[in-house]
Design a protein around this ligand. Sequence first.
Ligand code: EPZ
Length: 426
Amino acid sequence: MDKIIINGGKKLKGVVTISGSKNAALPILISTLLTDDRCEIRNVPDLEDVNTVISLLRHLGKEIKKNKDRIIISKGDNICSDAPYDLVCKMRASVLVAGPLIARFKKAKISLPGGCAIGIRPINIHLDGFKRLGVKYVIKEGDISLKAKKMVASKIILDFPSVGATENLLMLSTLVKGETIIENAAMEPEIIDLANFLNKCGAKISGIGTKKIIVNGIKKLNGCTYTVMPDRIETGTYIISSAITSGDIKITNLIQEHNESLIEKIKLAGVKIYQKNSFLNIKGINKIKSIDIETQVFPGFPTDLQPLLMALMTIAKGESVITETIFENRLQTVGELVRMGADIKIKGNSAVISGVKKLTGTKVVASDLRSSAALILAGLAAKGKTEITGLEHLYRGYENIVGKLKNLGADIKLIKEGYLKKGESV
Ligand code: EPZ
């Protein structure tokens, strides 16, 4: 089993460049199903989830060429509209193929995406929106078969601003004749990137980045070349890495507005942040102050950075309260941090953290993608050696995190024992 070994205590220094956004690249790649024309998607991060989407698109009949961060997608021979369980269970975002397949072929068959460590992750909001557009579906033996004889543009009001449901309905409605309105839409930057890509393909989407998205359906989308935005969660990861090691790092190739909530919060903790045009400079201080956070939809504090901020608060001065409001089971990093000497109590959907002087390195197991990153940050700050396993989660969402941290002076190494093929990097 692969493991990461960290000898903690090094202050990170130097420059790190942010890769393309996983959560923008996945829906953009999937949305190429809406056209048979050639698309070239650039700045795509080298991740397991991207490899899964490539396999899924090939299965659905696309021809794909990958050249470093560029992915060229064109029409293959045998188009099919079934997304099989072995691919869907590897990556929940596979459910996003439903919108494009229904838009193009008026049908789709998808294995129901299972839950994951952070929650049961239902897709009822997706399905309610599909129904409003005239789609019918049956769920049988773990699969969902969707059909649409005649689709009608409609006004949809989402029960919750679900990122995935907004993306699925946005993609579907680009090819549904008439005006579709998506109210209470998600406003995450990844939605904006997807909508910008679709408009570059000829879609007619307005209200991008607001809670009310208006789509005027057209007959056909064209192909285009598009560059994916930088990854705001990776950016937040490196901001916190400098804070937790009292480091002094510069982050380049980022969009600072995407991390305003984290930047405001971490400044309250006493961390020095200098915002220059093309980079962000984060200078950690020796004893950061404790702060309280509550996760919210964008532009609130992102749930994906909650485990990482928790790691930081374990060595802050005083007591902090971290409340998770987006997922029902996203506090499980607590157990492994307590094994490293953290003082954390769970009260409902909140973690109450009393800062300790130092964490102590030990063996820990990651339960999901962002917990993996949180345990790495904790290991960077801890006294002694930390050994992290459960890396299959990490490989899904961070490009070359071990190499990037090593370049910043971390004493970190990856021992590959089988998960990754020889020569692949993390
Ligand atoms: C996206 O997941 C991201 N994944 C998640 O990032 C991110 O945490 C999440 O948005 C919230 O920002 C990708 O973009 C691939 P949601 P998604 O639909 O679309 C409930 C990471 O670490 N809900 O906004 O699945 C749901 O259970 C991942 O990169 C329903 O109840 O998130 C959750 O409690 C983790 N019914 C809440 O809404 C539905 O039909 C938010 O889910 C859909 C969602």
